[in-house]
Design a protein around this ligand. Structure first.
Ligand code: PRP
Length: 182
C-alpha cells in the first residue's frame, strides 16, 4: 500500500475486506434475530465505536445501541485479567435480546467479564460479537459472531489503538515491533 504510516509493518486487512465482512455479519445477525422485537447492541468503548457505527448502519432489523466502558488493571501483559467498570449502560437489559459488540478479543478477559456481568441482568438472550479475534486457544467465553481471526501481533486501526494513536485508520495493520518494544 502506498503511503503506509512509518510506524506500520504491513496491512493485515484492507478497508474493503473489513467493510464486506461487516456487511455479512450484519446479514447473519439480521437473519438470526428476524423474529425478535428488537436487539440491543452493546458497544465496548473505546475500541468498538467504529465497528459498532458501521455494523448498526448495516443492520436491517430493529435495534438500539448502548455503551459500556471498561479498563484493565495495570499492564495488559502482566495482569491476571482483572477488569474495572468505568461506564455502565443507560438502561436495564432485562428481557432484551442483547449482543455484546467488541472490536477485538485477545485474552478473552474483557469479554468474559462482560458476558458474566450482563448474564446476571437476565436478558432474554445474550450473544457475543467481535470483529477481530487473536489466534489463541482456550478462550473461556463463547464467541457467536467473529469477523476475522488475526495473528497474535499488535494491531492498530478500525478502532484499535497504540497509546490512543492510529485508531481511525480505515484498515487494520501490524505495528512495527520497535514502536512498542523499547
Ligand atoms: C481492547 C479491546 C477489548 C480488549 C480485549 O480494549 O477493545 O475491549 O482490549 O482484550 P482482552 O481480550 O485481552 O481482554 P483496551 O483495553 O485496549 O481499551 P480501548 O478499547 O479503550 O482502547
Amino acid at each position: 500500500m502506498e503511503n503506509l504510516h512509518p510506524d506500520l509493518e504491513r496491512v493485515l486487512l484492507t478497508e474493503e475486506e473489513i467493510q464486506k465482512r461487516v456487511g455479512t455479519l450484519a446479514e447473519e445477525i439480521a437473519s438470526d434475530y428476524a423474529d425478535a422485537r428488537r436487539v440491543v447492541l452493546i458497544g465496548i468503548l473505546k475500541g468498538a465505536f467504529i465497528f459498532l457505527a458501521d455494523l448498526s448502519r448495516e443492520l436491517s432489523i430493529p435495534h438500539m445501541v448502548d455503551f459500556m466502558s471498561l479498563s484493565s488493571y495495570g499492564d495488559r501483559a502482566t495482569t491476571n485479567g482483572a477488569v474495572r467498570l468505568i461506564l455502565d449502560l443507560r438502561k436495564p437489559i432485562k428481557g432484551e435480546h442483547v449482543i455484546i459488540v467488541e472490536d477485538i478479543v485477545d485474552t478473552g478477559n474483557t469479554m468474559k467479564y462482560l458476558y458474566n456481568t450482563l448474564k446476571g441482568r437476565k436478558p432474554a438472550s445474550l450473544k457475543t460479537c467481535t470483529l477481530f479475534k487473536k489466534d489463541r486457544e482456550h478462550l473461556e467465553v463463547p464467541l457467536d459472531y467473529v469477523g476475522f481471526e488475526i495473528p497474535d501481533v499488535w494491531v492498530v486501526g478500525y478502532g484499535l489503538d497504540y497509546a490512543d494513536r492510529l485508531r481511525t485508520l480505515p484498515y487494520i495493520a501490524e505495528l512495527k515491533k520497535e514502536v512498542y518494544q523499547e
